[in-house]
Write a protein that binds this ligand. Structure first.
Ligand SMILES: [Zn+2]
Length: 218
């Protein structure tokens, strides 16, 4: 299971791409992935390293021929090499990390927390900053705020502001504000620990024990 990053997009004015035909935002509608990169037969990122290395040699084709590969893998390796030359990226994986900032498209369907102007979606492992930059550029009348937090509370948390073509990114990692935003987006209810003198979560097998000091939560 990836570490999911929840995004809450609040649209204040302008045209909004965040809900797309009743589903989560499709990143391909903002920055489309070339069809040729969608090679799913194997996990191409294992092969990709070898192809990138071969491409840096004088004769990449010969280098791929000498790799110890199954016949099917070799055919895919040559497709990856073609993609690398044409698009600068061999596979969907490296391309999407570079162009979207996360390896997969957005996930999630409209949820009970959504409304006319508030939309949620999740991404795997990382928040897609390059994509928000592309949205700001493409939707030049959009004014919106996107708050995000991952599941490891407070590790990756922040706010984007899209304002008529401009994007700003406020990183709240390690701040109290960021931690509270992470609680909210992940729908975690923290309790008060008198010993820590702070809001804490409970440990897994005791809903009233502080996960930092073990003290009683109230
Ligand atoms: Zn405590």
């Amino acid at each position: 299971m990836p570490n999911w990053v929840t995004h809450r997009c609040t649209v204040l004015a302008g045209d909004c791409p965040f809900r797309d035909q009743g589903e989560a935002l499709d990143f391909n509608r903002i920055v489309p992935m070339p069809e040729e990169l969608k090679i799913d037969e194997i996990l191409p990122y294992h092969l990709e390293e070898r192809v990138v290395k071969a491409a840096s040699t004088e004769d990449p084709e010969a280098a791929i021929e000498t790799e110890s590969l199954q016949e099917e893998e070799r055919a895919i390796a040559f497709r990856l090499l073609g993609n690398l030359r044409r698009f600068g990226y061999a596979s969907w994986y490296s391309w999407s990390c570079a162009h979207w900032g996360t390896q997969w498209n957005a996930c999630g369907t409209p949820c009970e927390r959504d409304s006319e102007s508030v939309f949620h979606f999740v991404t795997a492992w990382a928040t897609p900053e390059p994509l928000f930059q592309a949205i700001a550029t493409k939707y030049s009348n959009l004014i919106a705020m996107v708050e995000y937090a991952d599941q490891i509370l407070g590790q990756s948390v922040g706010i984007y502001r899209l304002d008529e073509g401009n994007l700003t990114h406020e990183d709240l990692t390690g701040t109290v504000e960021g931690r509270d935003l992470a609680y909210e987006l992940n729908q975690v209810t923290p309790f008060w620990c008198a010993r820590c003198d702070d809001r804490r979560e409970a440990i897994e097998n005791d809903p009233w024990a502080c996960n930092v000091c073990g003290g009683q939560l109230a």
